[in-house]
Design a binder for this molecule. Structure first.
Ligand SMILES: Nc1ncnc2c1ncn2[C@@H]1O[C@H](COP(=O)(O)OP(=O)(O)OP(=O)(O)O)[C@@H](O)[C@H]1O
Ligand SMILES: [Mg+2]
Length: 358
C-alpha cells in the first residue's frame, strides 16, 4: 500500500452539508453553421463541505467546460449558459454563481473558489519570479503587497515547497514544482473549494502520487473541498471520496468512490473501470468501450450511450433516462456492496427511470 492509499483508508468522514449544487446546468455553444453544440447539457452534481469529489469521463465529455461554467469563466462569445450553480457561502448566504456578473464572479474566484486550470503548469510567466506570481493574485483581490509577500513562504510550505523557491524563475523548476506553485496560487486567498483540472496528467507516476498526497493534506489542514477533474480513474481511486462520471455533457453516475469502482452500475462506468489494469489480475484483457464518442452538436436520441451499450433495450434509443437516487438497500441487492453506497445516483433505464423502484 502506498502512503496515499493508507491515508485514504483513514480519511475523515465528510460533512453531508452541500457547499455547491450544480442544477440542470447547460453550456451550449452557437456554431458558425447555425447549429448548437450542447457540450454540457442538464448536468447535476452536489459538492459537500470538506469532501474531495472526482469528475471522470472521456476526452470531450465536457469536464473542463463544466468547471469553467462553475467558475464563471467565459472564454467564448458564442457560449449560452442555463441552469444554476448554488454556492453556500461561509456566512450562510446561498448565491447562484451562474447569475452573477463577470465582475462579481472575478471576486468569487480565488477568494471562494481556487482554480488550477488544465495545462496551467506551463502558463507561469517565464520572466517573473515565483513569489511575484503568487503575490499578483492576492493583490488583485485587494490584499496589500506587503501582506501578500509575507504570506508567500507559508503558502510554499503548505504545498510542500522550500521557501527558497520564491526567488526562482519557472525554468528553474521541475514539472511537479511548477504544479505546486499553481496550487499555491489557487489556495492563496483561502478558498472554500479548489477546482483542479487534470493537475497530474503530464507528471510521472511518483510525482503524481506526491501531488495527490499534498492535495489530501490540504483538504485535512484547510478544511477545503476539492473538485478533482481527471480522465484517469486510477487517480480518482487514490484521492477522492465521491466520484461523478460524465458522459456526453451529463453526469451519468455518482457515489462513494470505493463502492462505485468495486461495483459500477452504469454500463459506461463499467467500461471505464474495466480499463484500469490491476496488479492482482494475472492476465486481464482490456476491452475498452466500443464505438466512438458522439458529437455535442448531434447527441443521440434517448440515452446518449445507447449505441455503445451492450445492455441497450428498445426504450434506450427513445427515452432519455434521468439521474435518480438508489437506496443503499437497492444498491447492495444489485451488486453485493457491503459498505454504505454514499448516495448512489445513476441515469440508466436498467435501474428504472423514475423514483427508486424495481
Ligand atoms: N467554444 C466552443 N465552441 C464549440 N464547441 C466547443 C467550444 N469549447 C469547447 N467545445 C467542445 O466541447 C467539447 C468538450 O470539451 P471539454 O474541454 O469540456 O472536454 P473535457 O472533458 O475537458 O476533455 P479533456 O479530457 O480532453 O480535457 C469538445 O468537443 C470541444 O470541442
Ligand atoms: Mg478538459
Amino acid at each position: 500500500m502506498t502512503d496515499t492509499q493508507v491515508q485514504s483508508a483513514f480519511r475523515p468522514t465528510t460533512s453531508d452539508e452541500p457547499l455547491l449544487e450544480v442544477k440542470d446546468l447547460d453550456v451550449h455553444f452557437r456554431l458558425k453553421n447555425g447549429g448548437l453544440a450542447r457540450v454540457v447539457d442538464g448536468a447535476n452534481l452536489t459538492i459537500r463541505r470538506n469532501e474531495i469529489i472526482g469528475i471522470a469521463g472521456e476526452s470531450g465529455s465536457g469536464k473542463t467546460t463544466l468547471v469553467e461554467a462553475i467558475l464563471g469563466i467565459n472564454r467564448f462569445s458564442n457560449r449560452q449558459l442555463g441552469g444554476q450553480v448554488l454556492y453556500h457561502a461561509r456566512n450562510g448566504e446561498v448565491m447562484d454563481l451562474a447569475a452573477l456578473s463577470p465582475h462579481q464572479m472575478a471576486r468569487v474566484r480565488l477568494s471562494e473558489i481556487g482554480y488550477v486550470p488544465q495545462g496551467s503548469m506551463n502558463s507561469l510567466s517565464p520572466t517573473m519570479r515565483v513569489a511575484d506570481q503568487i503575490v499578483d493574485g492576492m493583490v488583485s483581490h485587494g490584499m496589500s503587497k506587503s501582506k501578500a509577500r509575507a504570506k508567500v513562504p507559508e503558502l510554499l510550505e503548505k504545498v510542500g515547497l522550500d521557501k527558497r523557491v520564491m526567488r526562482l524563475y519557472p525554468h528553474e523548476l521541475s514539472g511537479g514544482m511548477k504544479q505546486r506553485v499553481i496550487i499555491a496560487i489557487g489556495i492563496s486567498m483561502e478558498p472554500s473549494i479548489i477546482i483542479a483540472d487534470e493537475p497530474t496528467t503530464a507528471l510521472d507516476v511518483n510525482v503524481q502520487r506526491r501531488i495527490l498526497a499534498t492535495l489530501m493534506r490540504l483538504r485535512d489542514e484547510m478544511g477545503v473541498s476539492i473538485i478533482m477533474v481527471s480522465h484517469d480513474v486510477a487517480v480518482h481511486a487514490e484521492l477522492v471520496d465521491r466520484l461523478a462520471i460524465m458522459y456526453a455533457g451529463q453526469v451519468v453516475e455518482t457515489g462513494g468512490v470505493r463502492p462505485m469502482l468495486k461495483a459500477p452500475l452504469h454500463p459506461y462506468t463499467k467500461g471505464l473501470t474495466d480499463a484500469i489494469p490491476t496488479i492482482t489480475a494475472t492476465r486481464q484483457r482490456i476491452d475498452g468501450i466500443r464505438g466512438v464518442t458522439p458529437s455535442p452538436d448531434n447527441w443521440p436520441k434517448g440515452c446518449r450511450f445507447h449505441n455503445r451499450c451492450q445492455y441497450a433495450m428498445p426504450q434506450c434509443a427513445e427515452i432519455p433516462p434521468q439521474l435518480v437516487s438508489l437506496s443503499d438497500e437497492r444498491v447492495k441487492a444489485l451488486n453485493q456492496v457491503e459498505t454504505s453506497t454514499e448516495d448512489r445516483m445513476v441515469s440508466c433505464h436498467l435501474y428504472g427511470s423514475g423514483a427508486d423502484r424495481d
